[in-house]
Design a protein around this ligand. Sequence first.
Ligand code: SF4
Length: 145
Amino acid sequence: MRLAEDEVEHARSLRLPLLGEPTPHHFGLPCPAHRGGRCSVYTERPRACRSFVCLTLAALEAGDIDNAEADRRVAKLREIADRVRSGLPDEGRSLGLWAAVARFSDEGENADDGDEAWRVRHSAVLLDVLELEHQCRRHFTARGW
Ligand code: SF4
């Protein structure tokens, strides 16, 4: 998520995972402040969070879907994200999810072609990544993104 320059220190105090040190402009998702199905720093959340209305929230507010459908979409996304995360190497898990995926993908390009087991695992993770991207685009981007 994007951070304005004047929000960086506040985001640091909220322990959001800043990306791009020494001059961060983003924090990584999934957000560690998301706990128990809600934002644990809601009243202090960054401006990008305040202004972000994803397609699912927009549909909920418009009455096009109900809470159960919104919950189902979120649960499905989390399930896929968990699957992706569990397939990544341990050393990548301290990065944001997408940064870890990018590193994992780069490793594939440099991998030993003879390591078949690694290639199979790598392909399975990347298929889950495609599904994750699809679900994000379909239900969780903001209108016009
Ligand atoms: S709204 Fe809260 S939980 Fe969601 S990304 Fe922003 S700070 Fe994190």
